[in-house]
Design a protein around this ligand. Sequence first.
Ligand code: BGC
Length: 417
Amino acid sequence: MTNFTKLMAAGAVACLPLGSPALADGTVEVLHWWTSGGEAKALGELKSAFEAQDGTWTDSPIAGGGGDAAMTALRARVVAGNPPTAVQLKGPGIQEWAEQGALNDVQHVATDEHWDDVLPPVLAEIMKYDGKYVAAPVNIHRVDWMWGNPDLLEQAGVTQMPTTWDAFNAAADKLMAAGITPLAHGGQPWQDATLFEDVVLGVGGADFYRSALVDLDAAALRSDTMVASFDQLRKLRGYVDPNFSGRDWNLATAMVMRGEAAFQIMGDWAKGEFLAAGKVPGEDFTCTPTPGNGFVLNADSFTFFKVSGEPNLRGQQVLASLIMSPDFQKAFNLAKGSIPARTDVPLDDFDICAQRSHEDLLKATENGTLVPSMAHEMAVPRSVRGEFLDLVTEFFNSDMSSQDAVNRLADAAARAM
Ligand code: BGC
């Protein structure tokens, strides 16, 4: 047992309400898609803390970045009447499952531990159904990040990090001229959509992003700004290597680490990969927000499914309490690349990228430029997201014009609503 898990065991038991039964022997089956190096390390913090309390943990990993395969597996399990105890699930998906009566609540843990006082209201709302917590948030990820290899950038004479997409294109052209692949990318729908939404924020700004990708406003979806966003996505397509198709996101991160590509545009779970490989931010790799103003939010959480039987119910309560404990939130997020969901966890031991994320999050909250990720299931129902991902991927892998893409995007939104 590590010092941390011992501490967690002591801490979690100590924060259970007085008079509550000993919750030492809970059982959980946890369905998740955290299978890359950094992800597995972060999840290991939760597993070992749970086991340190004599809980029984069954791991159900479903590989596949972005979680699309995991969500398909989840549906099959629920339909078969055999849901997992806790599932890595987020955004509107939580509400969709709650509406179907598929979830248990952990409200009494939340009340005893005053979750409402330590979570940003925007996150707390996502975790609740009918006023009760049915999920517990572990982190705040930022999607609009650009990871860079400083040696390659220097080699190509890119001395300033681009803050506009035009400047990004100029830097990418310099890299190409120096024989360096500008952008490491994995051609999977959710990764294409990650590029797309970061570009939409940069090209159109936060209000435009919200109108188009959250409110699905037809005028925004059909606008010239959306055409310009697809034009920029087309430019990015020209900056990836020929073998991008189907590549996993963590392999794209490894290309930046190994000096095979200069940039990757990806959420800060990519930082978890750099850290797991022993790389140091600011020295071995750079972190810069993608061109634009704002913050694209993606928060992971565990949702509690309708299981019965004392060990399972206990397992859900212990897990909920552990997830929200400040020590766990610190240890988990140091490994995962994100920042804690709790607002009261000191960030002194976090690196410069996490500090920047936190500062920008506060700024974005104040000036109204915090937007939820469409690609990462924070913004729109799954049906709409599915249509958008299909279209964006088809655009990325064909010679579809930006105008056709815009027309089809707007049609898809209308169809899915
Ligand atoms: C999740 C992250 C995960 C990433 C890659 C995102 O949707 O929020 O936790 O690391 O997908 O799998």
